[in-house]
Write a protein that binds this ligand. Structure first.
Ligand code: ATP
Length: 216
């Protein structure tokens, strides 16, 4: 059993090509709601998927600039340090080896991704390693297959305090602001020679070379 003094560690994975205010606002709201630190964890993209425009090092540099001036959202490069793409279950096993079994860990997933959870590698084991925080936005409701419902029926909680009482195994819905911002939109703006002001943090725009990979 964990103790109530264990501050949850939440994880928001993504390509972050580039990170934008939609990501950061969601991560911040999750941090506030859960009383957690949120690790932003950029992913290696599998070879069969469209590759990010920016390299891992470039995406990391943008994240660093974006996260300046606050301490609750933390860059976590563990997936980039491993060769090739990582299964989430392997990432969580590695994280548990590092932080131990008792600290609450919350895997943050969008409602769409959560609906597809039964297709993830060794998905049932995820609940032995972490809680799952489902980020819901208006218009992105959770669609549950019977397989998913069967697994999460008794795991649901509405209480962040309850989540802090155990290390893993619960599912909590986290209602977040719907900021209609995507990395795709930002890449298009930059490729068209426009500046994505108010879509990415000012600290990122202050260093124009950071977004150079996306300019034509
Ligand atoms: P792209 O446009 O390249 O597909 P993206 O903006 O969706 O990228 P990702 O890096 O794929 O960014 O997203 C990482 C995580 O952040 C995902 O869980 C995704 O659902 C979530 N996310 C992305 N954009 C938003 C947003 N505007 N509001 C809330 N969550 C978001």
């Amino acid at each position: 059993m964990s103790t109530v003094t264990d501050r949850p560690l939440a994880i928001l994975g993504g390509t972050f090509d580039p990170v934008h205010l939609g990501h950061l606002r969601v991560a911040w709201e999750a941090a506030e709601f859960l009383g957690a630190d949120v690790h932003l964890m950029p992913a290696n993209v599998p070879p069969h998927r469209a590759q990010p425009v920016a390299s891992a090092a470039q995406r990391v540099a943008i994240l660093r600039a974006a996260l300046q001036g606050q301490e609750r959202l933390i860059l976590d490069q563990r997936e980039l340090r491993r060769e090739g793409p990582s299964y989430t279950v392997d990432t969580l096993v590695a994280l548990r080896k590092e932080i131990g079994a008792t600290r609450p860990v919350v895997l943050l997933v969008g409602a769409d991704a959560f609906s597809g959870l039964p297709s993830w590698h060794r998905w049932r084991e995820l609940f032995d390693l972490a809680h799952i925080g489902v980020l819901t936005r208006a218009g992105h409701e959770i669609i549950e297959s019977p397989e998913l419902s069967g697994q999460i029926g008794t795991r649901r909680t509405n209480s962040p305090a309850q989540l802090r009482q155990s290390a893993n195994g619960a599912v909590i819905e986290i209602r977040v602001s719907a900021l209609e911002i995507s990395a795709t939109q930002i890449r298009h703006e930059l490729a068209a020679g426009r500046e994505p002001r108010y879509l990415v943090p000012a600290g990122v725009l202050a260093e124009p070379e950071l977004l150079a990979p996306y300019r034509r």
